[in-house]
Design a binder for this molecule. Structure first.
Ligand code: BGP
Length: 484
């Protein structure tokens, strides 16, 4: 009974992950409406907007035509792309459904059949290669109209619109798709409520009361999606998805230890507690007070709480890219690393990516242990990877040994966690094919095993080619994680 598990379990879900708005393109084709992602520019401006007060949702400007409008043209090339995933031996493929392909304005009653057909074809193409689809229902987007007219997720009306959307896609695909995720990185609204919750910044996106209300509405919408899914088929596996950043106190000073404990409670666990345990954790009152949120200004009903309690998730999906450091005892403690828009103090023991994300495989092993200790639910690492600038050699090869090195170390960390007794379902490295970066809107920050010939302005042949990591990952999957 106390045997150490040395191997990845049989049926482990090796694969890769993407999001509709970052690769599909065809932003206005076959009845699709504009989404909030289509209204965000590329480059530094995008980064700034995430936390801005000034931005207003507009589509007119030329600068908005790339990146999201074109993506990597996956909408028209998905067969070629899925074939390459099949060649790598993917057991699963995580992608998202563009909400505005199904409900172009978000608030209409009838879905757009052409949009639904696209995902019929995508799912069938995956199944053709024995690839299990893993669907994120909403990944950093919602129909633009829901942001412009309703003010994004702070408005309770969105629960109804999301419920309708979730019901349509769950009913349509549940017989072919077992694994689902509700919202991508739901806790990320701490740092970028514009992209995550569609809040209209001119109305105060950084007002934490709006962010908390938006979260509550999203929790209720999540519970409804879980309810619908389980009513359709109790075998469906419906997970939450959080952005997890292991966080360390800078030193043994109890003041930093306590600050870090709060950082863990608020950033990493707050949303998951509600979605996994079915209730707000005891630290919520303290967190609201520290952010000057008066609970009397939040609309939370007894029926909501009942719904949350009864419809918890089956597994925990999370992204892991880096770790953070908490230091509240010295001046300038927010300098050092840029993080995933998260900010923080530089860790002297770690190296960073070109974008300042601190590389910490051991932090993943710690994350897996912390999450499993707390929730005792299967864990699914649905994003991980290294954003890097790849160089195409003269012979057309891409020697991305730095990426192989990063992924290898993180897979070893997963192996370590399995030895620690943690239950892990699968691993889908982010951006398995190069795609548009969420934070910068650029192509040059690449994650893929597959290179796409496209630059930051949207120029290029769009040809796909296999990087060195492609052949490496194929062997990893073939050997179920033995050959690294
Ligand atoms: C996560 C998002 C993804 C993805 C990834 C990498 O936060 O869920 O959408 O883009 O980060 O981030 P970036 O593209 O900014 O490098």
């Amino acid at each position: 009974m106390f045997d150490i598990k040395e191997k990845f379990p049989d049926g482990f879900l090796w694969g890769g992950a993407t999001a509709a708005n970052q690769l599909e393109g065809a932003w206005d084709k076959d009845g699709k409406g504009p989404s909030i992602a289509d209204a965000l520019p590329g480059g530094k401006e995008r980064f700034a907007i995430a936390g801005s007060q000034e931005f207003d949702w507009q589509l007119e400007d030329e600068k908005y035509t790339y990146p999201n409008h074109k993506g990597i043209d996956h909408y028209y090339r998905f067969k070629e792309d899925i074939k390459l995933f099949g060649e790598m031996g993917f057991k699963c493929y995580r992608f998202s459904i563009a909400w505005s392909r199904i409900f172009p304005q978000g608030d209409e009653e009838t879905p757009n059949e052409a949009g639904l057909k696209f995902y019929d074809h995508l799912i069938d193409e995956c199944l053709k290669y024995g690839i299990e689809p893993v669907i994120t229902i909403s990944h950093y987007e919602l129909p633009l109209n829901l942001a412009q007219t309703y003010g994004g997720w702070k408005n309770r009306e969105l629960i109804k619109f999301y419920e309708r959307f979730a019901r349509v896609v769950l009913e349509r695909y549940h017989s072919k798709v077992t694994y689902w995720m509700i919202f991508n990185e739901i806790n990320s609204a701490f740092h970028f409520p514009v992209m995550s919750q569609g809040l209209v910044p001119s109305n105060g996106a950084n007002d934490f009361t709006n962010v908390v209300q938006a979260w509550h509405n999203q929790f209720v919408a999540s519970a409804l999606a879980v309810k619908i899914g389980h009513e359709l088929d109790e075998q469906l596996q419906i997970g939450c998805m959080i952005l997890y950043a292991t966080s360390y106190a800078y030193d043994a000073n109890p003041v930093n230890q306590y600050a870090n404990l709060k950082q863990m409670q608020d950033f990493n666990f707050f949303c998951a507690d509600v979605q996994v345990r079915g209730k707000y954790s005891q630290s919520t009152a303290r967190m609201l007070k520290e952010h000057n949120v008066d609970p009397a200004n939040l609309k939370i009903t007894a029926e909501d709480l009942e719904l949350l309690a009864q419809n918890t998730v089956d597994y925990i999906g999370f992204s892991y890219y880096m770790s953070m450091v908490t230091d509240v005892t010295r001046e300038g403690s927010d300098e050092g690393v840029s993080g995933n828009l998260i900010g923080g103090v530089a860790n002297p023991f770690l190296k960073s990516s070109d974008w300042g994300w601190q590389i910490d495989p051991k932090g993943l092993q710690i994350a897996l242990n912390e999450l499993y200790d707390r929730y005792q639910k299967p864990l699914f690492i649905v994003e991980n990877g290294l954003g890097a600038k790849d160089v195409v050699a003269e012979d057309g090869a891409i020697h991305d040994d730095y990426r192989i090195d990063y992924l290898k170390q993180h897979i070893e960390a997963m192996q370590g966690a399995i030895r620690d007794g943690v239950e892990i379902m699968g691993y889908t490295p982010w951006g398995c094919i190069d795609l548009v970066s969420a934070s910068t809107g650029e192509m040059s920050k690449r994650y893929g095993f597959i290179y796409v010939d496209l630059d930051d302005e949207g120029n290029g042949t769009l040809d796909r080619s296999r990087k060195d990591s492609f052949y490496w990952y194929k062997k990893v999957i073939e050997s179920n994680g033995k050959s690294l």
